[in-house]
Design a protein around this ligand. Sequence first.
Ligand code: NAD
Length: 426
Amino acid sequence: MSTKTVPLSAKVHEVTMFESVLARLDAAAKLMNLSSELAQILRNPQKQVKVSLPIMMDSGNIQVFEGYRTVHSTHLGPSKGGIRYALDVNTDEVRALAAWMTFKCAVANLPYGGAKGGIKCDPRAMSVGELERLSRAYAKAMKDVIGINKDIPAPDMGTGGREMAWILDEFNKITGEDNPGVITGKPIALGGSLGRDAATGRGVMVNTLEALKKMNLKPIAVTAVVQGFGNVGSHAARLLSEQGVKIVGIGDHTASFYSEKGINIAEALEYAAQNGRVLKGFKGATEIRSEELLISKCDVLVPAALQNVITEENAPKIQAKLIVEGANGPTMPEADPIIHEKGIICVPDILANSGGVTVSYFEWVQNKAGYYWTEQEVNAKHDEKMELAFDAVWNNKGKYKTSMRIAAYITALQKIEQGVKLKGAY
Ligand code: NAD
């Protein structure tokens, strides 16, 4: 997917998502003096597979779908990353998301590399039967790519536990083994982990609390705005409000709301649950225009909806002192220096939303051990890992006198560099 059109002499150049990843990689590599060989290795994904998936539609006609899987790196372990079903899935987007997973897993100190997959389709326009046939066809086509110690998929946009269950079942039929750990984000009954559903929002909460400590601010003394009220945003808003943070703004694709007095998040959750999981019509705060939400008055801003929402245009107007990126890629590279110069601390996506993959890792560990933890155990282990990851990034921020984003990339690159050196590149 293209992120911006930049005029380059007479030619128009589309800056792709993968180029945005490379821009951050290059900035970190320069600051930490990364060897040009390693930078070159990481600029090129290890494996990119594109398949055609002919599916019998309910109408009786055959339709052919494009399926993708990119393994960006396996330097620290088997590759890990979701599968998304969306119409704009393409090689560049999957490659960028796979690279992000490499850096995210390394920052969170998980024994994984990074991957991503997807199918170009509109899941909302397909029947359950069509989606099942498509998911099973994907599993068959990718049987040599995925594997419990090779490449471990998970849900992403447009997929969930249901799709993971179909892919797992198909894969197990092909291999003749029962290997639940080959995929994570499964329903609990098939070996999913307790705590996985709220894990990404929980990671956002832990990162926010850690950042507030560094800023000498108490949770009960700060206000927050959360964009997005889906999996990440709703859990983040709930968990932050449980810590005493006053949530003054919330919003989704249907409506945005603000209240200086604070929004009752339990009421908003209840309202959304009764209202097709959207906020439109919520009466617990004043409705505002959606573009006002990110620039409204607050101490903490949590973009937890979609990519490229913090831009060169709105970054100068942001009033928050702290941004915690629940979404993947909410800040465009052009907005990074504006935020940094304003003195806003930005906990970047590869750290802030790594709670989800961390609990996916716990799911894989539990599947391999065949022994399951309580939700309290999962949460305690998650919080500990997240606090350690935050500290490592914070220390590099001070050491390299840079933003948290570049410090997070440096933290990841230091680990990946060790892996490459110890294993040998060839
Ligand atoms: P979701 O589909 O559950 O929720 C998305 C939310 O964003 C919805 O409330 C939707 O209404 C809102 N939204 C969509 N378009 C919007 C717009 N134009 N303006 C305002 N709100 C809008 O998705 P999710 O799982 O919560 O994922 C959100 C982000 O977090 C994505 O970038 C995703 O890649 C990232 N992420 C998710 C996880 C996870 O575990 N779910 C893990 C890491 C990163």
